[in-house]
Design a protein around this ligand. Structure first.
Ligand code: ADP
Length: 596
């Protein structure tokens, strides 16, 4: 007899008929079989609980679906009611978050509304509450007289008597030793049929059946967790920027995320899962990599593959992406290879910068050598001229060339030092002064005339152009770079013009606060797709028109950084074959914070 079961004095236990026992035995055997089946499924679910990433081959046992659980629970409820000869049967489960006990569906002898009426807080008084809290079984002989049944309002659900047992879920280790016991709810049967009363034998039976019920419920919970984990994992895989493909040992696709589809040019709606990878993937390079990874058994393959992404209207060189394809073996719980995973990482930018750096070293060497060769040539000529073959004007011309070549070397070295300083993230040292931009422009154009035999260099500034707060050397460096580029990239000549403008104030009565400088040429222009890149350090447009023109690819990166150092902005407008204009906007006055 359960310890806290009040047995009314004088109540006799009726002698059950032998046939009833026979019946019950058969039911129990059936249930035991169902239980074994369930436990096998639970073991499976447990084994795969932590490794939902592990691909299981199509031959392995699939997890039971929620529909199957519902059916199993329904069968269990019906059988329990039948075995206990009860009118009603219901599982109440503990909701940890809400601290309540709620009735699960399906139940026997209740409609859905009645089931919601059964819900109650754990801390309240009641039959369900007491069984759950004390973790021991209870017989309610007369619901009308029992205060706990009254508190739970069982009479309004036409409940007269009951057996209630705790639902305990056991966690066991591999040797079947119980590691943990958790009470997850209460199992009730109500109203003994044929006017009978529940007895201690019913309690024993129900406790046994409750173990099976708990197994079903644990299995359902585990199923929900497994499904949820799987969903979370799938969402993560889907939202990965890197491409991901998983292939099982049998060569069938287990996973291909949207990025991988985009890289391989596979329509996002084509169903691929379970298809042989060799059929789904047409790219032979990737097929080879996967085949090698699958056969090696201990794959750690990493290869670089270039793909041309489909995107009409853009030059092919801009659609090429380089991916590092890394494969790794996926293992099951026992450490045996279950398949492979291939990850596609986009390394286009890394390789691009590496390529640009290599090109940079060779162009810088070239850029340094050219003026040095010229300086050395003219000095050697002058030194060898012992008998004054060259007249004074010619000698002066040579000195002039040596002087401007030295300036060129100086500028180049200064640019290199500045860009490396900026690249290291060192703050730009600004020597603020009042700068007359018109005078700076005149000086820069005068210095650049040495390189511009076929060009007209002009400037156009309105009268009373304001003096601005700026670093004079850096202003010179910005204009020199842009005017020099304008000359270099218009090898056929043409006009190079520096135009100044005061940008009108936003509201009347206010002082204008910005100036705009426009450095325009009539040269080769810049193709549209290169425009966003030209500000990157080391970037040079590589095409037929400018292959012969020297340069390091740091000039514009420097112009941008120096302009921004003044609190300004730099933009470009260009049309191939027509010309280019760089637009710089500078504040007339230094920002307050910078002054501080
Ligand atoms: P570089 O040392 O190669 O001139 P820059 O950083 O100054 O490097 O310029 C980057 C690239 O932008 C150049 O290689 C060139 O292709 C392009 N570019 C710059 N200015 C002009 C211009 N005025 N006209 C045409 N192309 C230009």
């Amino acid at each position: 007899m359960p310890q806290n079961t009040p047995f009314p004095s004088g109540a006799n236990e009726p002698d059950p008929l032998p046939t009833v026992y026979e019946d019950r035995k058969q039911y129990i055997q059936q249930l035991e079989r169902a239980n074994i089946d369930l436990e096998q499924r639970i073991q499976y679910a447990e084994a795969h609980h932590h490794v939902t990433t592990t691909p299981h081959s199509p031959q392995s046992v699939p997890l039971p679906s929620p529909g199957e659980f519902e059916n199993t629970l329904k069968r269990l409820v019906d059988k329990i009611a039948k075995i206990l000869q009860a009118e009603k049967c219901v599982f109440m489960l503990h909701d940890i978050g809400a601290a309540t006990l709620y009735a699960t569906h399906p139940a026997m002898g209740f409609d859905r509304d009645e089931l919601t009426l059964l819900e109650r807080r754990v801390a309240e008084e009641g039959v369900s509450n007491e069984v759950f809290r004390t973790n021991s079984s209870l017989i309610t002989y007369d619901a009308a007289l029992d205060p706990r049944a009254a508190a739970e309002g069982l009479s309004r659900l036409r409940i007269h008597n009951a057996v209630s047992v705790p639902l305990v879920v056991e966690k066991r280790d591999e040797d079947n030793r119980v590691l943990e016991r958790t009470t997850v709810g209460v199992l009730h049967v109500f109203n003994k049929k044929y006017g009978g009363i529940f007895v201690e034998e019913d309690v024993r039976l129900l406790e046994q059946l409750a173990r099976q019920g708990a197994a079903v419920i644990a299995s359902a919970q585990m199923y929900r967790e497994v499904v949820q984990e799987k969903q979370e994992l799938l969402h993560t895989i889907d939202s990965l920027y890197a491409g991901l493909i998983m292939v099982g040992n049998n060569g069938r696709l287990l996973q291909m995320n949207p990025s991988a589809r985009a890289i391989l040019g596979i329509n996002s709606t084509t169903p691929l899962i379970d298809m042989p990878y060799a059929r789904a993937i047409s790219d032979t390079r990737i097929r080879k990599i996967i085949a090698a990874a699958l056969t090696s058994g201990n794959a750690e393959v990493a290869e670089e593959v270039a793909f041309t992404l489909p995107d009409a209207g853009v030059e092919e060189q801009f659609r090429e992406r380089i991916y590092q394809v890394q494969c790794a073996t996926v293992r099951d719980d026992d450490g045996a290879p279950a398949g492979i995973v291939a990850i596609f990482n986009d390394i286009t930018e890394i390789r691009g910068v590496e390529r640009m750096k290599t090109a940079f070293i060779s162009t810088v060497s070239h850029e340094l050598r050219t003026p040095l060769t010229s300086i050395k040539g003219f000095i050697s000529t002058l030194l060898a001229d012992n008998d004054n073959y060259y007249d004074e004007p010619t000698r002066r011309e040579f000195y002039g060339i040596i002087d401007s070549e030295c300036d060129r070397l100086h500028r180049l070295i200064k640019d290199l030092l500045d860009i490396s300083r900026i690249e290291q993230g060192r703050a730009m040292q600004m020597n603020w002064a009042s700068v007359n931009v018109v005078q700076t422009t005149e000086k820069v154009l005068a210095a650049q005339r040495a390189y511009a035999r076929d060009h007209v260099l002009t400037l156009d500034f309105p009268p009373d152009f304001p003096v601005i707060d700026a670093d004079p050397d850096k202003m010179d460096q910005i204009l020199t770079n842009l005017v020099n580029n304008a000359i270099k990239y218009s090898p056929q000549g043409g006009t190079v013009c520096v135009t100044g403008q005061v940008l009108s104030a936003q509201s009347s009565g206010e002082e204008p606060s910005f100036i705009e400088l426009r450095i325009s040429d009539e040269g080769m222009g810049i193709p549209r797709e290169h425009l966003p890149k030209i500000w990157d350090r080391f970037y040079r447009v590589d095409n037929r028109d400018n292959r012969e023109i020297g340069g390091t690819g740091i000039g514009l990166a420097l112009v941008k950084a120096l302009t921004e150092g003044h609190g300004g902005t730099a933009q470009v407008e260009s049309e191939p074959g027509v010309g280019t204009a760089f637009l710089l906007i500078f504040p007339i006055h230094r920002a307050e914070t910078e002054e501080a």
